[in-house]
Structure formats: structure tokens, C-alpha cells
Design a protein around this ligand. Sequence first.
Ligand code: SF4
Ligand code: SF4
Length: 540
Amino acid sequence: MSEPLIQIKTSPPRGDWRDPGVEFRKGVISYSAAAKNLNYLGLPNPREWQPMDMDWKLPPDWKRILLDGMKERLSKFRSFRLFMDVCVRCGACADKCHFYIGSADPKNMPVARAELIRSVYRRYFTFTGRIFRSLAGGRELTEEVVKEWFYYFYQCTECRRCSVFCPLGIDTAEITMMGRELLNLIGCNTNWVLEPAANCFRTGNHLGIQPHGFKDSIDFAAGEAAEITGLDIEVPINRKGAEILFVMPSADYFATPHYYTLLGYLMLFREIGLDYTVSAYASEGGNFGLFSSHELMKRLNAKIYDEARRLKVKWILGGECGHMWRVLHQYMDTMNGPADFLEVPRSPITGTVFDHARSTKMVHICEFTADLIHHGKLKLDPSRNDHWIPTYHDSCNPARAMGLLEEPRYILNSVCRNFHEMPESTIREQTFCCGSGAGIGTDENLEMRLRGGFPRANAVQYVRQKHGVNLLTCICAIDKATLPTLLQYWVPGVEVAGVHELLGNALVMKGEIPRLADLRGEPFAHATEQSVLETEAAHA
Ligand code: SF4
Ligand code: SF4
């Protein structure tokens, strides 16, 4: 089955690289955003169209809008101007992008992706470009160029792997963000980015789950955690005056395998007696604004802080999410911070002060849990995870955007005994993306997702063959949603799980009933048929 996608054409295309021209076909692009979502978000040029259409129904003055938009952003974002000017075309980034590796399309090289917009910058915003035009590497802004922008800026997962290798620190993800932001000005956006963003404003979360649905899902999970452990487990919702607001990605309470991570959180909070609340209003940690525009990102991020203020909590704890943490660590402070109305986070169990969160007042669940384990506050039985042979995928944003490298590994090594790392060049700062981040985890572009995820899957295949790995753990909701499909295609037999799912398996809670199965209902490795029957009888 893997054969068709492993065949890639490596011969360079004919003609000048500046000639635009892309084939929009199912499998490699995402569908356009529905007009209702643009209307809901107050974005320009709502209309019915698809990228495969000849006529994109651009506004009559689209060129002026784009050039004005570029001019404004060149003066507003110093990084944008710098990245336009300083690339020396050394090529160090060229083979670092998973989309280039998986597709061999030269314009998926980060340097070439950036050049799509840099060539327009040169033509209209530099002295030599205005005079010498194409001789100075400039390119006219045409509708074909706009289509090329759309094609390639939605074939970048904003993972920032290329930036790790750039000697000048150029962050191509930032250039992609700028390209998408410009496309937004003329109404060229994808539904898989804007529908979740619109839902988030409408109901509080990307999935569009209404408050009563949120409560049902949370209550259901609490009931299941109670059934597994035999303990009373309740989850406070919208409780004013709680010490901590816990925010997670909505997939945690709505999708699998995310749901098992949620069970792990709930059991952990019950065990340590945490004074917390979740919120039906801030029922989403993810922020699809990051994949659309700075303005939208700011508006979505503000919801979490507004809710923290309304509920009068002291600080915020965040779940296993990817881009939520990039927004928090790289943008929140200048957009909506500092959050001075909250307190510097301090673990109520260990007394640890999370000084690094002094401005955002928000701590990652892995930091919190690793601190609990480090201080001996949790009783853990790692043998309960013996049926898993896990490896760990560093989700791009927690790894590269916030440096969360050790804490998940510390937890994993505390809760299981068979952990194996993938090759060094594919983990930590150099981690390979899942191929579906930044809002391109759609079904309609599945071919490109599988191509982009190939380097990650290849590293999983390596540890599967070497160590028998059967579980890929990660701490990002998009990873958990898209890696199962990727692995099913390239490495069948490897499941996907959150770190707190394995913690939930290993956590020995005070007063719990005998447990012989993990959170998925899979028997522990040491469970015998007789003991399972006895435990089932006890549960009944
Ligand atoms: S590594 Fe940096 S300087 Fe070199 S080509 Fe890539 S973006 Fe340009
Ligand atoms: S940010 Fe990631 S997806 Fe985008 S060009 Fe760089 S390596 Fe490729």
C-alpha cells in the first residue's frame, strides 16, 4: 500500500523557478473556507469558491490590497523585513522540510517557499527590484503567484524545523504565517482553519460543542474514571474561586485516543486533591488563529485570560496541546500580557514556583506532573504499562517553541519500563513534524499529509524494527488526531497515546479498587485470566 507514495519524482521541473504554476487536485490541497465562517469572523470577501476553480473571485483591487498589506506588515513586523532581506541562499535548510523530503517538490524547500514571497518583496519594495525587476530576482504579483502562495503556504505546517538549521535564524514558519495573513486579506483561506476558529467564538471550542455538550462529555469521562478506580471523581465546571483553571484542547473530551489522556488528567487531579475548575467558555486550549492571522490569534488567546479573570483563579494549567503552547510562549505576552491580575504559578502540592511562567501565569501539565514525580508525590507502578513499548514524538510546538524536551521523557521513564528513543536527528529540537499541523490535517489533502509525515513514520519504523515499539506517545491534540492515520499507512501496528494516558495507567491511587486493565480496557501484562475474572466480579 505504501508503494504509490514512496515513488517520488526527483528530476527538477523544466523552466524558470519563478514561473508560477501549480496543479490543484484532490489529495494535495485543502478546501476553501465557507462564506458563513468568513462572515462569522468578519473577514473580507466571503464567497463560494474552490482552489480548483479557474476564477477565484478575487476582489477587483486584490493587487493593491496585497501590496498595501505587505507594506503595513513590513513596517510592523521587524522579523518579516529581516527575513526578506538576509537570506544568503546557503541551502542549509533545503533538505530539512518534511514536505520536501516526502514530495521532492523543489518549492517545498524552505528557502524556495520563502522565495515565493521574497521575490515579490524584491520587485515592489527594494530599489534595485523596482528598477531592474526580474534581473534583480523580482517577480510581478499576478493571480498565478497568488495561487502559488495559497498552494505552498498551505503545504507548510509552520513546524519551524528548518529554522533550527538556518545559520541566520530565519524562521520560514513566520514567513508562511505572513503569507497566509496576506491571503486572508483577499478572502483566500481554508475551511479547516476558519471553521474551528469560528466555532471557538461561537461555542468556546474548535469542535463547536455547546456548553451542555461540554458538560455531558466531562461528566461522562469523570464517570468512567470513577468506574475504573472505584473512587468518587467529579470535575468542577465554571467554579468561581478555584485556585487553578485547567484548559485543554477540545479533542481531549471528544476524540480518541485523546480521551484516555483526559482520563489520566482527571485521575491525577483527584489523587492530589487539586483545587481546580474547567470552563465551558474557555473549553479550548488550541488556537487556530496561529494558522490564520495575528489578529485572530490574539482574539482567541484572550478568551482564556478573560475566563481566568471572571472565575477569579490564581493561575492556569494547560493540557497536552501543541500550538496552544507556541501562542503562549512566543506571542501571548506581547499580545495580551503580562497577565498581572493572576499570581505566579506555584504548585499547591510541592510548593515549586514556576518562575518561567511569571508573565503568562500558565504552566504545562508535563511540567506540573514531572515536578510531582520528582518530589515523590505520586505512587506509580510502571509494570502496568509493560504491554506497551513506547517511543516519544516531540510535538513541534512544545519542543521547538517552548523547549519542553525533558519533562515528558522524565514522566515516561517513571511510568513505563520499555521506553526507546527514535534516532537523534529526528527528535528533540530536530523532531520531524506529523505532517498535518497548522490546520492542514484534512481528509482532502491526505496524500500530502502522508508524504509530509513520511520522515516521522520512517523513524518510528526504525524503532519498531529494532525494539518492537508498538506505541508512539506525544503531547499534541493534532498529533493524536493525525498520527494514527499516518502510522496505519506507513507503520501498521503502532498505536498513538498521550503521556498522561500512560501516567493514568501507572498511577496507584489511594483507595482504588484492584485494576487489571489499562485505560483502554487492555489487560495489564501481568493480569491472569483468573485475576481478571475476580476483578470483574469485584467491580460488578
Ligand atoms: S538556511 Fe537560512 S540563509 Fe540558508 S537558504 Fe535557508 S533560509 Fe536562507
Ligand atoms: S516550517 Fe516546517 S513545514 Fe514550513 S518550510 Fe520549515 S520545515 Fe517545512
